[in-house]
Design a protein around this ligand. Structure first.
Ligand code: ZN
Ligand code: ZN
Length: 178
């Protein structure tokens, strides 16, 4: 079930009439402005009210997003609660949201509100260690030898340089004696 349609047939005739609404659905993966977001299970509860030319929806949205960490690329759950307010017009070709077949489809307004509340770069946790640029291991789960090896290589080079300098020192000493 991927619809978030809420019937408003019982409040469409009288200005001021209102009804409580509640709906739940798994929105799953969806694309918003070129970005794929996985919205997952989402609940919406609120009040729809006839305000004349439109139905005004004021609701709380509760969803459980699945996002990809911008640093380690693992997916993680990200619960999000937000409030939204939207007008659904009865007869307005220019409006983005309209009443259709005596119901309002709240899915798109939910997706938009969530997307607007989403940080551009999300992290699975504030101190995510990311992945090793060398071997690609997830440094939150394991450690690798890359950094240690780097140090070893640098140390070895230093050692060689030292012996070379010592040798040439001796040679210089020999030369000065002669
Ligand atoms: Zn991460
Ligand atoms: Zn590594």
């Amino acid at each position: 079930m991927k619809t978030f349609k809420v019937s408003i047939s019982d409040i469409k005739d009288k200005i001021g009439d209102e009804k409580e609404i509640s709906a739940a659905s798994d929105l799953g993966k969806t694309t918003f402005m070129g970005n794929e977001i996985n919205i997952g299970k989402t609940n919406i509860t609120g009040v729809a009210r006839n305000v004349g030319k439109s139905i005004e929806l004021a609701a709380s949205v509760d969803s459980n997003l699945v996002l990809e960490c911008g640093r380690c690329l693992e997916s993680f759950q990200h619960p999000m609660k937000l409030k939204l307010k939207e007008l659904f017009y009865f007869d307005n070709e220019e409006s983005e949201y309209n009443v259709e077949d005596d119901s309002i489809d709240v899915e798109r307004t939910i997706i938009e509100s969530i997307a607007l509340n989403l940080d551009i770069k999300t992290l699975c946790k504030i101190d995510c260690k990311g992945v090793c640029p060398n071997c690609g291991i997830n440094l939150n789960k394991a450690s690798c030898e890359c950094q240690k090896r780097d140090i070893d290589i640098r140390f070895n080079k230093l050692q060689k340089l030292k012996t070379r300098l010592q040798k040439s020192d001796k040679k210089n000493q020999k030369n000065s004696k002669e």
